[in-house]
Design a protein around this ligand. Structure first.
Ligand code: SF4
Length: 270
């Protein structure tokens, strides 16, 4: 019998609760200002982050929230590196969206791909669509195609912006506007839209004529990899179309969720 995949073993290790204790308290200082932590003004949060962190990335999934953040950064003249993850399984519409963002804002988008050797091993051991076979294999695929590439892409940055909102899912309900990123040592994670509703996101998009992912017009309410995302029906949760075949599993890939569902701690600054 074949031995367990090293990358699967490493995934299991990464889900150990000890991960929450491995970073020194010395990272902490005084808290971010209350008006920033409230998230009332995402633009103010972005300007604060830009002034606080000299090496700031915007990690874009190309969903509606990414569209808002990129537009806000552009209007505010915030120089930020835009990064996106090409898992190798994205729908064509996401690639089209990357080009639309490049054209509209005249910015470069850093497209990060997974390590070829990791993907080769994953496919060799588990086939091209392992995610349909078990939640563990789905999480392994996300680890190889998303989490590891993101960790590599964030090396050299001080902080990153994400479009995560509290209302997207119960797993995100405790999202802090500014938090110490326990998964990426020394980094701060900033969620300017944490306090915003879906209606606020779409009002901004329509008011400012912001380009948005075309799959929203085909009934999608959350967009990830092609084989793992479907359109949703009226009354379904926003993320019900993600890994829809799974029952009672957390609808998260690991980028914005900690294994024991503890909220990430608030970051402090000197
Ligand atoms: S969303 Fe699906 S295809 Fe994409 S990385 Fe996760 S399991 Fe793999």
């Amino acid at each position: 019998m074949r031995s367990a995949l090293p990358i699967l073993q490493s995934l299991e290790r990464s889900e150990s609760p000890s991960v929450f204790n491995r970073y020194p308290r010395s990272l902490m200082g005084s808290p971010a200002p209350p008006e920033i932590m409230s998230g009332e003004s995402p633009e103010a949060v972005m300007l604060w982050a830009h002034s606080k962190f000299s090496r700031l990335a915007l990690v874009a999934s190309l969903q509606a929230e990414s569209s808002v953040l990129i537009d806000m950064a552009s209007r505010a003249g915030i120089g930020v590196r835009v990064i996106t993850l090409d898992t190798g399984r994205l729908p064509q519409e996401t690639h089209d969206m990357i080009d639309r963002v490049r054209d509209r804002y005249r910015i470069s988008v850093d497209v990060i791909v997974p390590d070829a050797a990791d993907v080769k091993q994953l496919v060799h051991e588990h086939g091209t669509n392992p995610f349909y076979r078990s939640p563990d294999l789905r999480r392994l695929c996300c680890e190889v195609r998303k989490s590891r590439p993101l960790a590599g892409a964030l090396i050299g940055f001080d902080a990153w912006l994400t479009g995560v909102r509290r209302q997207q899912a119960s797993t995100r309900s405790e999202t802090q506007v500014v938090a110490e990123d326990l998964e990426h040592p020394g980094l701060t994670k900033v969620a300017p839209l944490a306090a915003w509703s879906k209606d606020q996101v779409w009002s901004y998009i329509h008011e400012h004529d912001v380009p948005y992912h075309s799959l929203y017009d085909r009934g999608y309410t959350s967009i990830g990899c092609a084989p793992c995302t479907r359109a949703t029906s009226a009354g379904e949760d926003e993320r019900a179309g993600r890994w829809w075949w799974e029952n009672d599993e957390v609808k998260e890939c690991g980028l914005h969720w900690t294994p024991d569902n503890r909220p990430l701690p608030i970051v402090h600054h000197e």
